[in-house]
Design a protein around this ligand. Structure first.
Ligand code: HEM
Length: 134
């Protein structure tokens, strides 16, 4: 999924399809990328084995190094100071409820914008920046 989204993003970059008037499509896309990465991170803990436990210990500790609010973020993610079954419940909830809700809502907005603005035309050779595609 991450690979597919990155390939899609590269297609958009090479076509210059992120430019006016498609900035909002790009921004919703960037949020979609974060959500897809979030699926990977929260899903990795769910097998609840040694690899999952220690990977998430490291991941949440990295999040905990953020300046000022780091400790707060760590405690919210872990549901306490240590990684426990509370963390597992949280990650499960985020993985199967929160992220899918966000994903489908944002895909809806993303597709609405594409229908509204129309798909961009492939850039042509010798075309100057800002030239109309219409
Ligand atoms: C779950 C992730 C995503 C889904 C399901 C999705 C889906 C789509 C679809 C179906 C289209 C129209 C067809 C096409 O251009 O291929 C599209 C267009 C577009 N996407 Fe995404 N996208 C996702 C992620 C992203 C990301 C990460 C970005 C960039 C940060 C992005 C930026 C755009 C832009 C700018 C367009 C308009 C392209 C044009 O008009 O030619 N999308 N997206």
């Amino acid at each position: 999924m991450v690979i597919l989204v990155v390939l899609h993003m590269l297609r958009v970059i090479f076509y210059g399809a992120y430019k006016f008037p498609r900035e909002m499509t790009w921004i919703t896309g960037a949020l979609l990328l974060l959500i897809v990465v979030g699926f990977g991170f929260t899903g990795y803990l769910l097998p609840w084995d040694q690899k999952a436990y220690w990977a998430t210990t490291v991941g949440t500790r990295i999040a905990g190094t953020a300046p000022l609010i780091g400790d707060f973020i760590l405690r919210v993610m872990r549901g306490g100071q240590e990684l426990s079954e509370v963390t597992l419940a949280r990650f499960f909830g985020v993985h199967v409820w929160a992220l899918p809700t966000l994903l489908f809502s944002l895909i809806g907005i993303h597709l609405y914008l594409i229908i509204r603005l129309g798909i961009s035309a492939p850039p042509k050779k010798g075309e100057k920046q800002g030239d109309s595609h219409e």
